[in-house]
Design a protein around this ligand. Structure first.
Ligand code: SF4
Ligand code: SF4
Length: 351
């Protein structure tokens, strides 16, 4: 059953306005996501267990990137409390969820970041830090690389280009130089070095309104260029598409590129990528402890299905592990071409 995108009412908040753009008259000429699933003999999405708990600890960030789907920045105040962080650790203690994936904003700026990392690692869970790199060079945070190394945290770091001009156009002036400095520091600690257990994954997302290129080919180019130009090494590269939500949706509308971008995503729908969409095996938690199918649904305020637990405080893995997932046209961003997820491309080709 296709869940209604508008089940949470029609307030004039930004998420409601964005849902209206995606599902309303503005997009009437586009297929619905449910139509594309049906056309390819796919059922509506239902969870297949929970292997990842992704927590978004808030919108506070030291950057203000143009494509940011969280609408994060230095002026934001939304930040996960200690009570919610403790509830997350309590859920991990009681449930066999192997991976805690911490995102934001800049997650390291949350006062409970180190508590979450240390406690999850004590429980033997893998921990991912979705890091913007520049935070590692910011005043008050320069001891973070050592902390991440000591706790064997896997770093997934944004670097949208190996060229300074393209990177700074998306992420802000001076970001590239500070990112390279952070990468060199991480390399010194063994992150991203050949055969090292300290994983350093780089993330590419397109600067404009286009799909990412082949992940394998781009990884090879990044590897050559970063080594040659800066002596930087990394473990692997993920390519991630920009989803048409939040700040990126605003930008598409402002530039008049919305229709073209959406048509590109719809035409590139790949049913195999849909089969591998990350929401099938994850649950997403916001800074207040509310539950969502993924970080994108979180930004659109599309909660998990009403019959499942709604917050971390009444977490019930049995129901959540087989819940129906709320989908909509924004999901075309995860299912176009080779697919896109927090683990990079979902499939190796778009066939
Ligand atoms: S994309 Fe990441 S680094 Fe950039 S503003 Fe958003 S949360 Fe911060
Ligand atoms: S946006 Fe992506 S991850 Fe989220 S529900 Fe849609 S397909 Fe799943």
């Amino acid at each position: 059953m296709q869940l209604s995108l508008l089940r949470q009412g029609s307030s004039l908040s930004q998420p409601a306005r964005q849902r209206e753009v995606l599902e309303g008259e503005r997009s009437a000429a586009l297929k619905t996501f449910g139509d594309s699933l049906l056309q390819h003999d796919r059922n509506a999405f239902v969870a297949r267990g929970i292997e990842v708990m992704q927590i978004n600890v808030g919108k506070v960030c030291n950057q203000t990137c143009t494509h940011c789907h969280v609408d994060a920045g230095p002026d934001r105040r939304e930040s996960m409390s200690r009570e919610t962080a403790e509830a997350i650790i309590d859920v991990l203690k009681k449930n066999d969820i192997p991976l805690l994936d911490i995102t934001g904003g800049a997650p390291e700026m949350n006062p409970n970041f180190r508590f979450l990392v240390e406690q999850a690692r004590l429980l033997g869970r893998r921990v991912i830090d979705r890091c913007n790199l520049t935070i590692l060079m910011a005043k008050g945070f320069t001891d973070l690389p050592e902390f991440l190394a000591e706790n064997e945290v896997e770093i997934v770091a944004s670097l949208p280009c190996y060229l300074e001009e393209n990177c700074d156009a998306q992420r802000g002036d001076g970001v590239f130089t500070r990112s390279i400095a952070a990468l060199k520091r991480l390399n010194q600690l063994g992150f991203g070095k050949p055969n090292s257990s300290r994983l350093l994954t780089l993330v590419y997302n397109p600067v404009g309104a286009s799909l990412p290129p082949s992940q394998d080919e781009l990884e090879a180019t990044y590897r050559t260029e970063l080594k040659k130009r800066y002596g930087v090494e990394f473990s692997q590269l993920f390519t991630i598409a920009n989803l048409p939500i939040s700040r990126f949706l605003d930008e598409l509308l402002r530039l008049g590129s919305y229709d073209t971008y959406m048509e590109t995503l719809v035409e590139a729908f790949n049913p195999i990528a849909a089969d591998h969409a990350m929401c099938h095996t994850m649950v997403s938690v916001d800074w207040q402890g509310r539950l969502f199918d993924c970080d994108f649904n979180q930004m659109l305020k599309l909660g998990v299905e009403p019959s499942a637990a709604q917050t971390i405080f009444d977490f019930d893995i049995e129901k959540l592990a087989q819940r129906s997932i709320a989908t909509g046209r924004h999901c075309y961003g995860c299912t176009a071409g080779s697919g896109s997820s927090c683990q990079g491309a979902a499939v190796q080709s778009s066939s």
